[in-house]
Design a protein around this ligand. Structure first.
Ligand code: ADP
Ligand code: ADP
Length: 229
């Protein structure tokens, strides 16, 4: 299973900043957990430790039965999709090539890549004709869809999303959130999403971890139980 378990995890940056303080948290497999809280309280650091863009200074971080520190970082990242606030697309690659990035690294043949790209374009609700365009020819909302398609390309069991809808205008954001809810039900992955928007957290999360300044989690529960408290 792909549950993600933090056991007493702390992260101190080289300059002495303590970004995450003794985190104990189990993110259940197959659920969408939202990390929410004001800026600077350690959400992104927590997310980035899962695919080892940052390493914990203390404690243990497990994915299923495996200690993350013992998994080769490159292999780990091929099992974990990552969506950023700004889609991070390669500007000189077409949309299709951007989406096929990981499949290409994995050595999938052209036919298989092409079929997968077509499937993903449909899955994330993009016009098929956009496949041969370049990122700058797409709107912000379309670029975020491409970022999501790219992250899902090799069907990773885990998906990490850092403020995926923050950079698009509010109407587009509303639509993307709705569609993402539907998509999440179909793809059944362990998803961890960072946001500073409590409404978004309550709307999308199966579980919500509320961070507080100092990099600790104040509350962790389902939205309905958090609202009833
Ligand atoms: P959030 O995602 O909640 O905004 P972050 O995880 O980005 O929080 O940051 C947590 C704390 O760690 C903040 O005080 C931030 O300034 C600090 N921080 C983040 N990245 C670094 C870094 N590379 N070096 C030093 N301090 C950092
Ligand atoms: P290369 O020749 O460098 O391998 P291609 O541009 O032929 O690259 O293809 C790159 C990837 O994008 C492949 O996985 C291919 O199947 C896919 N691809 C290219 N164009 C399209 C398209 N119009 N629709 C769907 N998939 C495409």
């Amino acid at each position: 299973s792909s549950a993600i378990v933090f056991e007493g995890v702390s992260k101190r940056y080289p300059d002495g900043t303590v970004a995450v303080e003794h985190l104990d948290l189990t993110l259940p497999a197959g659920e969408l957990t939202v990390l929410v809280g004001p800026s600077g309280c350690g959400k992104t650091t927590t997310l980035r430790m899962i695919n080892r863009l940052e390493n914990p200074s203390e404690g243990r971080l497990m994915i299923g039965e495996q200690d993350v520190m013992r998994i080769d970082a490159t292999r780990l990242r091929r099992r974990i999709g990552y969506v950023m606030q700004h889609s991070g697309l390669f500007p000189h690659h077409t949309i299709a090539d951007n989406i096929a990035t990981v499949p290409r690294l994995l050595g999938w043949n052209k036919k298989r890549r092409r079929e997968r790209v077509d499937e993903l374009i449909e899955l994330v609700g993009l016009e098929p004709s956009l496949a041969s365009r370049y990122p700058h020819q797409l709107s912000g909302g379309q670029q975020q869809r491409v970022g999501l398609a790219r992250a899902l390309a090799a069907d990773p069991p885990i998906l990490l999303m850092d403020e995926p809808f923050a950079a698009v205008d509010p109407i587009v954001r509303h639509r993307l959130q709705q569609e993402f809810l539907d998509l999440q039900r179909r793809v059944q992955k362990t998803i961890v999403m960072v946001t500073h928007d409590i409404d978004e957290a309550m709307k999308l999360g199966d579980r919500v971890a509320i961070f507080e300044p100092g990099g600790a989690v104040a509350q962790f529960d389902t939205p309905s139980r958090l609202l009833a408290a």
